[in-house]
Design a protein around this ligand. Structure first.
Ligand SMILES: Cc1ncc(C[n+]2csc(CCOP(=O)(O)OP(=O)(O)O)c2C)c(N)n1
Length: 645
């Protein structure tokens, strides 16, 4: 057992240094055994980061018995390929059985995957695509500070990784928000896959971190007392600190040291034998290989990574916008957000913005709750990751942005959030051709294709301000990632047969349910969002021509219910109608769902074909044949052909 000092004594006790030295030798042996057994992995960086990991997890305020302890220090590893060393350190410090990690590393069904996974106790964030760890740390730091914790957040990164632009965004953010709880350690082994980092893409880390306002310390990353001193609480609480830890790739095994091939190559059986002998570790590789061959582990995870996703129990009283209301969905979102904050004064949501608060309607929230409004600047990659991590810290978190920035710009970050099973509510305004004159760079027409492809993300495309209000409250009251998409323009209130708002008093949002906007018998049209009212106009035109078009809003387009498919099946013609890329949106989803159905009707898909141009939305819809009159004509023509054939 190594004494846990929490970095309080000015010097590490001798027992601590000795304990960590012994641990590091074992860890290096584990790294060799794991990667050779698996036949792949990243031994070089694992062995240069070993002292850093061993010091952090043995000394920081973390508890192997209670890895999710409230107020714990958080240790993030951004270069997730160093998983062998991370798993070995955690296992040997008692977070789980190290033997299992060694035996099953990278084996199908094992929780010990090739890059570190948040399902493993002690791992704070799944990483693997480089450059996102510091952003995650910023999100945790913001959320933990609001929660009143005085914990520390450590982030270990690679030096090649420093070439990523998102890290620069995160550095600025950490300084701007005075995140002095953050200490970064860069493993400066000087090598990456293609050779020397200085040759691949030189980065002057000392100058860059200093000019971004960080405290910079340079240290020998294998010198445990020196590293310990560098990791002690900062004397400079105004800002974050980076420790540039000079290390040696493959440290501890003579023929691996400073050789970049060992960044990502496992040793052969014979090489591993020599390496273990050098380290003074018994060679049990043959027995381990036998045990590994005995069978794949039953797939298991230690715990559900999303357990405890924060929710708001009190969502206040929904607002009902009357039939003559002239407003946009984004304003309804902004008002619902301030409502949620006002009825949850002890659990105010955290709201991230990227310089668009006035347009995405979070300005009122920003004024009323400045401490919970995070102005991230034009740094969307960082923001997506930071907001995702913050949402894992027992806080309801919203990020509102234009569709093209909330989705297209940041898909990679959403994907990692999805893998981390975060609890983030992304609200994308300005979706579709509805954005109009800003032109094709600003038309987000792939939001369903992209966000709908994430496996842990619910997608809602509300029909009007009333449904937007309910959807926002629903997302805040339910755990998990939600993506809520809306256009820019004013959207009429949808009314029922009695002329009252369809999504008003008495309406309850249920995820996955579809909404019947108008019954009909001759054809069924399925739509979503800002096209709902246009679909109703098309239905009214057809009504005058004696054709009864049924109109359904599929406001949860990734969850097309069996009830909806059943309903569609009863019609001679189905039509999908969307302000989204026609090939990858609602129509495609319906086509796929219907392909498994017997007796499915032909499907006419109406949507955006190619990129739009710049202009008034109505003109852009006209160019795409998406105006209600055009839609009515197309449906009438198709029905005519059906009956004549
Ligand atoms: C965004 C991203 N691009 C590329 C890779 C592939 N990759 C994995 S490790 C690595 C080199 C990392 O170098 P460094 O940070 O110095 O780590 P070390 O070689 O010291 O282990 C690359 C390019 C990745 N994982 N993520």
């Amino acid at each position: 057992m190594i004494e846990r000092t929490r970095f309080q004594p000015p010097e590490p006790p001798a027992g601590v240094v000795g304990g960590i030295e012994a641990l590091c030798r074992q860890v290096r042996g584990d790294v060799i055994r794991m990667t050779t057994l698996a036949g792949s992995g990243h031994p070089g960086g694992s062995m240069s980061s070993t002292e850093i990991f061993a010091l952090l997890w043995s000394q920081a305020a973390v508890d192997p018995e209670n890895p999710r302890m409230k107020g714990r220090d958080r240790i993030l590893v951004s270069h997730g390929h160093t998983s062998p060393a991370v798993y070995s350190v955690l296992g040997r410090l008692g977070f789980f059985d190290a033997g299992e990690a060694v035996r099953t590393f990278r084996l199908a069904g094992s929780p010990f995957e090739g890059h570190i996974e948040r399902t493993v106790p002690g791992v704070e964030l799944t990483t693997g695509n480089l450059g996102q760890g510091l952003s995650g740390a910023c999100g945790f730091a913001i959320a933990d500070r609001l929660a009143g914790f005085s914990n520390r957040i450590f982030v270990v990164m690679g030096d090649g990784e420093q070439q990523k632009g998102q890290i620069v965004e995160a550095r600025r953010f950490a300084k701007a928000f005075g995140l002095s709880s953050i200490t970064v350690v860069v493993d400066m082994n000087g090598l990456q896959i293609s050779g020397r980092t200085a040759d691949v893409m030189p980065v002057d880390l000392e100058a860059e971190y200093s000019s971004d306002g960080w405290e910079v310390i340079r240290v020998d990353g294998h010198d445990i007392p020196a590293l310990y001193r560098a990791l002690r609480p900062s004397g400079n609480p105004a800002g974050p600190r980076v420790v540039l830890a000079e290390t040696v790739m493959g440290k501890g095994v003579s023929f691996m040291e400073n050789d970049p091939q060992f960044h990502g190559r496992a040793l052969t059986r014979a090489e591993a034998g020599r390496a273990l002998a050098e380290l003074g570790i018994p060679d049990d590789l043959d027995e381990l290989a036998e045990a590994r061959r005995a069978g794949r582990p039953a797939g298991r995870t230690f715990h559900s990574p999303c357990s405890g996703g924060a929710v708001l129990d009190n969502v206040g009283n929904p607002r009902t916008y009357p039939p003559d209301h002239k407003g946009d969905n984004r304003s309804a979102f902004g008002l619902a957000l301030t409502d949620l904050a006002s009825v949850n004064s002890d659990r105010v949501p955290l709201v991230f913005d990227c310089d668009l608060a006035a347009s995405v309607k979070t300005e009122a929230f920003a004024k009323a709750y400045p401490s919970h409004f995070i102005q991230s600047g034009i740094m969307e990659h960082h923001t997506a990751s930071a907001a995702g991590a913050a949402s894992l810290a027992d806080r309801v978190v919203f990020w509102a942005d234009f569709g093209v920035f909330a989705v297209d710009e940041t898909f990679n970050q959403h994907r990692l959030n999805d893998i981390n099973m975060t609890n983030l509510k992304v609200v994308a305004t300005h979706c579709g051709l509805d954005v109009g004159p800003d032109g094709k760079t600003h038309h987000c027409i792939k939001y369903l294709a992209l966000m709908g492809s994430l496996r842990n993300c619910s997608v809602i495309v509300p029909a009007d301000p009333n449904q937007t209000d309910r959807a926002v409250r629903f997302a805040a009251a339910n755990p998990g990632n939600y993506f809520i998409a809306m256009g820019r323009s004013k959207t009429p209130v949808i009314t029922g047969p009695d002329g009252t708002p369809l999504f008003g008093e008495g309406y309850r949002f249920v995820y996955g349910a579809h909404d019947l906007l108008k019954p009909g018998k001759d054809a069924v049209l399925v739509t979503m969002g800002s096209m709902c009212h246009r679909a109703l106009e098309a239905a009214a035109i057809l009504e005058r021509r004696g054709i009864a078009l049924e109109v359904i809003s599929a406001c949860c387009p990734v969850s097309l219910s069996p009830a909806l498919l059943d309903r569609i099946r009863g019609f001679p013609l189905a039509v999908s109608y969307e302000d989204h890329d026609r090939e990858t949106g609602l129509g495609s989803r319906i086509a796929v769902a219907l392909s498994a159905e017997r007796g499915a009707p032909p499907l006419l898909r109406l949507g955006v074909d190619g990129y739009g141009l710049s202009g008034d939305p109505e003109a852009l819809y006209e160019m795409q044949g998406l105006l209600p009159e055009q839609v009515a004509d197309t449906i009438e023509k198709r029905l005519g052909r059906l009956t004549s054939s």
